[in-house]
Write a protein that binds this ligand. Structure first.
Ligand SMILES: [Zn+2]
Ligand SMILES: [Zn+2]
Length: 135
């Protein structure tokens, strides 16, 4: 492993990067891990909640929660009222940046480069279903 000096993506501080993992300094990484655990704990105790609720009750900013979801550090539980969107086709996913279908296409285009794949929710939204039945 080659150690290099990198600038932390979050606080812009210089730190020694061990050559793997996300480019955050040890302080920010620890901060993020603690935040992620708080959110996980909250979801385990209260089931599904919306972003505002989670943010208010854990003290973790909505921006950070979204970041953890995109990074795959967190996953939205099944049955949640909201999900994040696949960056390519816009369908609902529980974490990461792309749904499995788009990730498969992208990974072919990118010749097997790592892509953030998020699982699709199995339970469809109540509201959406009602909307569909009306039509
Ligand atoms: Zn940092
Ligand atoms: Zn997609």
């Amino acid at each position: 492993m080659a150690f290099t000096t990198e600038v932390c993506r979050k606080c812009k501080k210089m730190f020694t990067y061990p050559g793997f993992g996300s480019k955050y300094c040890p302080d920010c990484r620890k901060f993020d891990e603690e935040n992620r655990d708080k959110v996980k704990e909250y979801l385990r105790e209260h089931g599904t909640a919306n972003m505002v609720e989670i943010s208010e009750n854990t003290g973790v900013s909505q921006h950070d929660i979204k970041q953890y979801l995109r990074d795959g550090m967190l996953e939205i539980p099944e049955g949640s009222p909201i999900y994040i969107k696949c960056e390519k086709c816009g369908c609902d996913i529980r974490s990461g940046r792309w749904c499995p279908e788009c990730a498969a296409t992208l990974s072919k285009e990118l010749k097997g480069m790592f892509v953030g794949i998020g699982e699709k929710p199995k339970v469809k939204l109540e509201g959406k279903m009602r909307f569909l039945r009306k039509r």
